[in-house]
Design a protein around this ligand. Sequence first.
Ligand code: SAH
Ligand code: F3S
Length: 470
Amino acid sequence: MLDDQNSRIKNSKQVYIESYGCSMNFADSEVVASILSNEGFQTTAEMKEADLVLINTCSIRDKAEQTVRKRLEKFNAIKRVNPKMKVGVLGCMAERLKEKFLEEEKIVDMVVGPDAYKDLPNLLQEIESGRNAVNVILSKDETYGDVAPVRLQSNGISAFVSITRGCDNMCTFCVVPFTRGRERSRDPKSILEEVDDLAANGFKEITLLGQNVDSYLWYGGGLKKDFNKATDLQQKTALDFAQLLSLVAKQHPGMRIRFSTSNPQDLTLDVIHTMAKFDNICNHIHLPVQSGSNRILKKMNRLHTRQEYFELIDNIKKIIPDCAISQDLIAGFPTETEEDHQDTLSLMDYVKYHFGFMFSYSERPGTMAERKFEDDISEDVKIRRLQEIIEKQRVHSRYRTSSYKEQTVCVLIERESKKSKEQWSGRTSQNTVVVFPKENYKPGDFVDVKINDCTSATLIGIPLGISKTI
Ligand code: SAH
Ligand code: F3S
């Protein structure tokens, strides 16, 4: 009886988790929810009911950090009414600011870096007894491969599966190598088990996640940079990204496989051929280029030239003619001239990306660019260049969506359309959103849809029937 009561009390704690930034953060929050569920916490969508409020943060641009600070103000207001509520900061901002967070934001009780989530049970005990708690130790081998994520805000159809953590690339503008540590790959066995589990639970699409997935390399554990110290046998039996992709695709022919993000310098022809070989690997590559100017690419420490990027694009188009390519671009990196900016615009004209994510340069403390270069492009110029880039992308996106008119595409239904209760929303293999009348279809169905209209971001069509492909 007492045990029963205890377990009920133990199970009655509520955690509210809010996530910002990249997909990896959203995937990490699912790992955190899993670790906390073993401590008797259930997730709640109501912050006011929570005993513990966690915010998984992003440091990539100053604006991302400002958003988090604003949210902390909001948490503070609630904590005033409910002083027992504890607040924890997770993720990249926790790692970047460490103990400073506790001084700067008095309401924060706990600061936990991206590699320290398994220490949460201990940290929670600390804060329960009224002390602040911090763990921001970065790890050489933590991949959370042994934690089965608790799917949060899931549509039950698509899920993220992380395959690498950290990044060794050291792009000069980027804070990620400092906040997420060195690159390490996750045991393929645990990756496959996670995908098996998702398939068994009816999921239809997975996205393999990493800051730089193409550099995945499993040789029995350890950092990527220590591969040369591995034994002969480890080196000979190592598994790279193309092989991993192939294993996953073969094991689950009925599931769509996506991956993100690809760094141009690491995307191999092997990967492109593997994509071409398997129908269930989606025809989309997110291939951030950051700039079209060789001079700026070099200053960014991106290890490829504009010409090499074009060669890669040509190869992708040759091997997978209907492959969609998307970009990340930065406007106004230090010393960027009008000519450099024009190089970016002309690179865009060459590729005609399906879509992209475009940013103005934000100087990040501790990065190489912050230490070596002056942030010398005025805000006005950055914004003007960014707008030109966005406008060009809009034209290209429209060009891409228009090209699907009168064609039949296979759509995986994900959810109800935000704009109409009578319509489903899903995506094509190329990752373009499609909306169409619901009829008798349901989320999780693969449906052939004839496209009759479009905007720059969305295809609009009529369903023809359940698809024979995916
Ligand atoms: N490889 C990562 C990249 C993470 S950052 C991934 O998995 O997506 C995502 C994008 O943010 C980068 O590609 C870059 O375009 C942009 N970005 C990174 N640092 C930035 C900065 N200091 N200012 C502006 N944009 C930045
Ligand atoms: Fe950042 Fe470059 Fe890695 S953008 S995440 S350092 S590939």
